[in-house]
Design a protein around this ligand. Structure first.
Ligand code: GSH
Length: 206
């Protein structure tokens, strides 16, 4: 990689954390540029025109290219690293988990965490408040599916840690902040400990 990598992020976002965790494991240096999403700093005309018209972080700047969507960014950074499975089928399985995370895991667990811990229950709209029980049920279904998958394996894909584990770890390990009871999913807890025991692991607040 010739160009310097600049991560446009909000440091408390686990979508941004998964990019930093990927970079730590891949040994790729990144420069960080912080925005406060609660102050609308990703919705300014400057951000929309120069960083991402989608108004959301993370965004990875590589020269004059701006890559959005956390899992696409992680995929870009992980290329050529041990996080990318060598086997073609395993790579497809890894992508399966990345897409699944964005469709069935993150929209439920991350959203409830955001509403409860960042916005605050009292400041939610009636519609948001009404959605919490559904998101909680779907989030629990996602955690159960992960727990079942981990019953007879250590990692999500193949026999080594891959990008699938990194991208799923990001919001799973803070699911308790959205009042999900992780103790119900012992396989998930053991898997999280395996990830946190890796020598290159970094925490969310680093
Ligand atoms: N699917 C996107 C989600 C991006 C996203 O929703 N980012 C949130 C923070 S985690 C954000 O920027 N929110 C600020 C806003 O929407 O104004 C990804 O994985 O990158």
């Amino acid at each position: 990689m010739g160009d310097k990598l600049v991560l446009h992020e909000d440091p408390g976002s686990a979508n941004c954390y998964k990019v930093r965790l990927t970079a730590a494991h891949a040994g790729v240096p990144i420069e960080r540029r912080a925005y406060d999403i609660m102050k609308g700093e990703t919705r300014t005309p400057e951000f929309l025109a120069n960083v991402s018209a989608n108004g959301r972080i993370p965004v990875l700047q590589v020269g004059d290219r701006f890559i959005a969507e956390s899992n696409a960014i992680c995929f870009y950074i992980a290329e050529g690293s041990p996080l990318m499975p060598a086997d073609r089928g395993d790579r497809a399985d890894m992508l399966h988990w990345l897409f699944w995370e964005q469709y069935q895991h993150e929209p439920n667990i991350a959203t409830v965490r955001f509403w409860m811990r960042w916005v605050g229950i009292d400041r939610l709209t009636d519609l948001q408040r009404a959605q919490i029980p559904v998101k909680r049920r779907l989030g629990d279904e996602a955690l159960k599916l992960m727990d079942d998958h981990l019953k007879d394996r250590e990692w999500f894909v193949g026999d080594a840690m891959s990008l699938a584990d990194i991208c799923l770890f990001a919001y799973t390990h803070v699911a308790d902040q959205a009042d999900f009871d992780l103790a119900l999913y012992p396989g998930v807890i053991e898997w999280m400990h395996r990830i946190m025991a890796q020598p290159l692991h970094i925490a969310l607040d680093t």
